[in-house]
Design a protein around this ligand. Structure first.
Ligand code: RNT
Ligand code: ZN
Length: 417
């Protein structure tokens, strides 16, 4: 197919609306998107070879060929990255440490346990993000970590949290690109609690302690992630939306907004411009909840597009850090990375191709008729030609051609595991 011929026509059509497609492509390519390492191995990690996922989250499916070593995960990720345009970061969880076969507990992790990840990121030009792992551990088995009423257990997790900030700071310093450190605790009650206030006060105290340790915001940006419910924590989560928003503002931290962590008709796209009136910034966990916080692969749905539009329209690219968070084990895991990340890129490119100035003028002039008419007509502009051109300039496969590459990798590599 002649990408350039199609692109030249599309370029003219967008230019009639004052949109410079070359510029849209160049700007989209500069927006970092953080891709979750945990899609590659069903959130198991390498702390413990028999690790079982707990914390009220669940990966369903048993598609063959998942990564079971750090080298396999890195190789799979590199291959996925060759299918995805744009600037990439990799989000690493504490349980993905490289412990060289020694037992290193969560309250003992240090930057050195992540050195091989840093070397790999440097070699491949990826940024890194970090996440303390407050789940899949005997001391989280009763459902409580930073809000645990047992002081020894709470202290164990506070130490883990503090160390996570230092590892994230190390990532940022080594790579010359700020690392976001996402604090998500699964703490919550299956059934109706009586001591909500006590548990929330304990969680607040733990964050006070974790953040009393200084890290350089040039290298590390802490963020706090809320949740409405988890499996086995259906009645109450300690780190609720209001708790985490308040806590982030109190400590001048980022707020993590995961698209699967709110009531079904609430949308994250509508929270961005509100949150940013008061909070320092946002870390997004773009996901796809299907009936529950199911973490399906991100598709190019209205909400993903709306999120990208809100970031671009608001000029929030510096304050909204885009991360993906989903884990599907029912289809090829590399395809999961490629599909979700390509869709995030499509949403960003679409947002960059919007003639926003024209739309804003309609709105401010009270011409809501033209606003709606244009918004609808924009949906059928020749976006596909610009997307193909973007993939070409980024040296990644166009359209569906990457699927055959994944099938080949599956036959050559995954099937032999
Ligand atoms: C869980 C949160 C959290 C995790 C990852 C693995 O509901 O979304 O972000 O998905 O940390
Ligand atoms: Zn999340």
């Amino acid at each position: 197919m002649n990408t350039n011929k199609m692109y030249e026509i599309a370029k003219e059509i967008y230019a009639e609306l004052g949109v410079d497609t070359d510029r849209a492509i160049a700007e989209t390519a500069q927006i970092p998107v953080s891709i979750q390492c945990w899609q590659g191995d069903d959130v198991v990690g390498f702390e413990n070879p028999d690790g079982v996922l707990t914390g009220g989250i669940q990966t369903t499916g048993n598609y063959p060929g998942k990564a079971t070593t750090i080298d396999e995960l890195k190789a799979d990720f590199d291959f996925a990255a060759s299918l995805i345009p744009g600037k990439k970061k990799v989000s690493i969880h504490a349980i993905y440490l490289d412990n060289q076969g020694q037992k290193v507990d969560r309250n003992e992790i240090e930057p050195k346990h992540f050195e091989t990840w840093v070397d790999w990121a440097k070699k491949n030009g990826y940024g890194l993000d970090f996440n303390p792992t407050y789940f899949s551990h005997p001391l989280s088995a009763d459902g409580f970590t930073l809000s645990n009423q047992n002081e020894d257990i709470r202290q164990f997790w506070v130490e883990h949290g503090k160390r996570s900030c230092k590892i994230s700071e190390y990532f940022g310093r080594e790579l010359g690109m700020v690392s976001c450190n996402n604090q998500w605790t699964p703490d919550g009650f299956k059934d109706i609690p009586v001591c909500k206030a006590e548990y929330r006060a304990t969680l607040a105290k733990s964050y006070d302690e974790i953040f009393s340790q200084y890290t350089d915001p040039k290298y590390n940006l802490d963020s706090i992630e809320s949740k409405v419910f988890g499996i086995g924590a259906e009645s109450c989560t300690i780190g609720s939306g209001e708790f985490c928003l308040g806590c982030a503002i109190k400590h001048d931290k980022l707020v993590t907004l995961d698209t699967g962590h709110f009531h079904p008709t609430e949308v994250v796209s509508d929270k961005i411009s509100s949150t940013l009136q008061f909070a320092k910034g946002i870390l997004l966990h773009v996901s796809r909840p299907v009936r529950w916080d199911s973490d399906h692969v991100v598709i190019l749905d209205d909400e993903t597009k709306a999120i990208a539009s809100e970031i671009v329209r608001g000029g929030f690219e510096d304050r909204v850090h885009i991360g993906l968070d989903y884990f599907d084990a029912s289809i090829n895991r590399i395809a999961c990375w490629a599909i979700g990340a390509r869709n995030m890129q499509k949403a960003l490119l679409l947002a960059k191709l919007e003639p926003t100035a024209i739309l804003k003028k309609f709105e401010l002039d009270g011409d809501y008729t033209s606003r709606l008419a244009y918004l609808e007509e924009l949906k059928t502009l020749p976006f596909a030609a610009v997307w193909d051109k973007y993939c070409e300039t980024q040296n990644v496969p166009q359209r569906e051609s990457w699927v055959a590459e994944v099938k080949k990798y599956e036959a050559d590599v995954l099937a032999k595991r």
